[in-house]
Design a protein around this ligand. Structure first.
Ligand code: URA
Length: 251
């Protein structure tokens, strides 16, 4: 006997998907964000040194950014307008990593602030988070001219800085945005279509436990292919991330 489709369930899934990509997923009333929680006065439960810990990590991240600026380690520093070291919560449980700054990012010195960045903001909001709750960075810290793909020697010089940032932040989950970031971090030639949808182990060093890494499509790809299928796949990837971080069911 053939089973009748559950119309109510299908409609609910479509509505959830629409809210996800409009960045308007329903937030639970009075729900606090991670940044609000961090800013609250310390209670008996919270470790009293949390504010100092955040400041200490921010200082370390600033020091790494200063080192990159001083190192001028590849040709890209000659053509960039601004260094784009990355920004966000120094204690973020979730880090998004893209490929390299584009024109808007180069102009402002901040990652993901152009059209793709706005889409990334929507995705973050739909996860019940704010941009300040997460950390956002790129494999390369300087814009390649005309947005060409990063060269191997540029990646080799720049990647150690990203690894040091991750050592400071200690995220529980990394989302690699797009094929370049995913392939570079996982050292594979597999396509993003094959890599996405499941967690991979990202090893910062052999003596540290691996970090869970979820590859997904780049927001710029989503803008170019704004289909139900692409949106559904990114949404499913982010739901897995939310589940891993204990955020599922909060919005
Ligand atoms: N694309 C990226 O990969 N990174 C940015 O910061 C902006 C666009």
């Amino acid at each position: 006997m053939s089973k009748q489709p559950d119309i109510k369930k299908i409609v609910r899934q479509h509505l959830e998907l629409d809210r996800f990509f409009a960045g308007t997923a329903v937030r639970t009333k009075n729900k606090k964000t991670q940044s609000q929680i961090s800013a609250e006065p310390q209670t008996a439960k919270a470790p009293p040194s949390n504010t100092e810990k955040i400041a200490e990590r921010q200082k370390e991240l600033d020091k790494i950014a200063e080192e990159i600026a001083a190192a001028a380690c590849c040709e890209l520093c000659k053509t960039r307008t601004n260094l784009v070291p990355g920004e966000g919560n120094p204690q973020a449980e979730l880090v998004f990593i893209g490929e390299a700054p584009g024109a808007d990012e180069d102009a402002q010195g901040k990652p993901f602030v152009g059209r793709a960045g706005k889409k990334l903001n929507d995705i973050i909001a739909s996860m019940g988070l704010q941009r300040e709750d997460v950390f956002i960075a790129n494999i390369l810290k300087c814009r390649p001219p005309s947005n060409r793909s990063p060269k191997a020697e540029e990646i080799i010089k720049c990647l150690p800085y990203l690894k040091r940032q991750l050592e400071v932040i200690k995220p529980r989950v990394i989302v690699a945005l797009g094929a370049h970031a995913a392939k570079t971090l996982l050292q594979t030639d597999e396509s993003i279509g094959k890599l996405r949808g499941k967690f991979h182990d990202y090893c910062l060093s052999p003596d540290k436990p691996p970090i869970k890494l979820m590859p997904t499509y780049h927001p710029a790809y989503l803008l170019r292919n704004y289909t139900y299928d692409t949106r559904r796949k990114i949404w499913e990837d982010m739901q897995k991330v939310m589940k891993e971080l204990g955020l599922a069911g909060r919005n």
